[in-house]
Write a protein that binds this ligand. Structure first.
Ligand SMILES: *Cc1c(COP(=O)(O)O)cnc(C)c1O
Length: 476
């Protein structure tokens, strides 16, 4: 493609992008297709002949678009959002145009220094300890793995990296029963073994019980295990439950353990001073992760890991073969040494663009808007006959279900499942579920970039209609 065509088609694409943003509500939130349908529409062999922009674009619209789930749809209420925004998309365009690989300071000084600056901005704007340092990772899963690996290395005096596990077979890590599966995955990848992740029980609001943590640690110590790390959840994925960070931190420091805080979703709320209570006592912790790519309008992927002592990361991950050495190594951050990847994208650019375009004020305003909508939706849910909230709604995640007292949990679960499926099958909304104490619970997450009153109003109308239909089906 020559530059003239590139210019022309890129302009066409921008027009398409803005049209999409304006019209995204007209798409079904989730596609109505069967597994394999898209695959079968694509040729089995890579094309030998070059295709024109128009040919490819036609196929994009005809074959690809009908198979997309529209995460930016304001009636997408499932999982947690993966928000984007115009400034983030524009920065992403520049990032791919520059095509820089930002593994070290020298490979793009501006990328490294901008990263250092924006993560400091975020640290301070969120009220995190000003002595901490941050690094951008692809996802929270990676950041949590990095924390677990650093905990493992610190506990073994950085010997497992060199010698393997000899003499360190009895390490234990703790999290609540409701911690994200990325903690389980980190146990496997870090070679610690899933069986050595001890799941701590939770209170009635699904937050970790510090006493149970302490008990579990004491039993392990008695049995010759070494507790090395606890991962607390600041906002569980099921129900956005908030573990008691301060109390967990005190226990962790008493036993000399690493304390990692997984705030992947809820961490964005710390930009609002009224939510700072959630990190009271975090100064005792060692690391903290949150995803701007969930609720902070920065398109996937972008996750920020903060650490109290960056040397723990560098001593765990630094690998400097001759061909990567530079004259500045002693004076700069080489972020390749702060994580798993060598090559790194210039993600700081989109954070910078998002923060400057919205301003912290603008971000706070949007978050508060989502929280206000949540308050409204919560009232509607609460006031519906036979529908109850299963958790306190601290942030913008409403967990609810239908209950008919005369029925068993299993029967009620079937009703709730049918209720959610019917709503989703309309293609107009999208919800996902969780299981809390064996009960099937529908989650309603109100955090989409462009969600407004009219959307939650419509969503509730659909839910009410489908509930009536389900009742008819089950109770006639
Ligand atoms: C979403 C989520 C994760 C995983 O995030 P990725 O960035 O997709 O790896 C981890 N922990 C919690 C609490 C989450 O909500």
């Amino acid at each position: 493609m020559n530059n003239q065509d590139f210019r022309k088609h890129a302009h066409q694409l921008v027009d398409w992008m803005v049209d999409y943003m304006e019209q995204k509500e007209n798409y079904p939130v989730t596609p109505d297709i069967n597994p394999g349908e898209i695959y079968d529409k694509l040729p089995n062999e890579a094309p030998e002949e070059p295709a024109t922009f128009d040919q490819i674009f036609t196929d994009f619209e005809k074959v690809i678009m009908p198979g997309m789930t529209h995460w930016q749809h304001p009636l997408f209420f499932g999982y947690f959002p993966a928000n984007n925004s115009a400034p983030s998309i524009m920065a992403e365009m520049l990032m791919s145009t520059l095509g820089a690989q930002c593994m070290s300071w020298l490979t793009s000084p501006a990328a490294t220094e901008l990263e250092e600056k924006v993560v400091n901005w975020l640290r301070d704007a969120k009220g995190l300890d000003s002595a901490w340092k941050g690094v951008i990772q692809d996802t929270a899963s990676t950041a949590t793995l990095c924390a677990v690996l650093a905990a493992r290395e610190r506990a073994s005096r950085f010997s497992i990296n060199e010698k393997g596990f000899i003499g360190h077979e009895k390490f234990r890590v703790y999290s609540s029963e409701h911690a994200h599966s990325s903690v389980d995955k980190a146990m496997r990848i870090a070679g610690l073994g899933l069986q050595n992740l001890i799941k701590i029980s939770v209170d009635k609001n699904f937050a970790m019980l510090p006493n149970a943590l302490e008990e579990a640690i004491k039993i392990d110590v008695k049995n010759g295990f070494t507790p090395i790390c606890v991962v607390s959840a600041l906002g569980t994925t099921s129900s956005a439950a908030i573990d008691p960070i301060g109390e967990i931190g005190k226990i962790a420091s008493r036993f000399g353990m690493w304390h990692h805080i997984d705030a992947a979703y809820a961490g964005t709320a710390l930009l609002l001073p009224e939510f700072r209570w959630m990190i009271q006592g975090h100064e005792l912790a060692d690391s903290y992760v949150f995803n701007p790519h969930k609720w902070m309008f920065t398109n996937f992927d972008c996750s920020v890991l903060f650490v109290k002592n960056a040397d723990d990361l560098v001593n765990t991950f630094s690998m400097t073969p001759e061909y990567l050495k530079t004259d500045q190594d002693d004076h700069v951050h080489n972020y390749r040494d702060w994580g798993i990847q060598l090559g790194r994208r210039f993600r700081a650019l989109k954070l910078w663009w998002v923060i400057r375009t919205f301003g912290l004020q603008g971000i706070r305003q949007k978050l508060r808007g989502h929280l206000e909508l949540t308050e409204l939706a919560k009232k509607w849910v609460e006031n519906e006959e036979n529908v109850i909230l299963e958790t306190p709604t601290i942030l913008n995640v409403i967990c609810f279900r239908f209950v008919e007292k005369s029925l068993s949990t299993k029967e009620n679960n079937a009703i709730n499942q049918a209720w959610m499926q019917r709503a989703n099958q309309s293609g107009k909304v999208f919800f996902t579920h969780t299981i809390l104490n064996e009960k099937y619970v529908i989650r309603w997450v109100i955090g989409q970039t462009d969600v407004k009153f009219e959307h939650i109003e419509l969503a509730w109308k659909i839910l009410q209609q489908e509930l009536a239909a389900v009742k008819e089906q089950f109770f006639q």
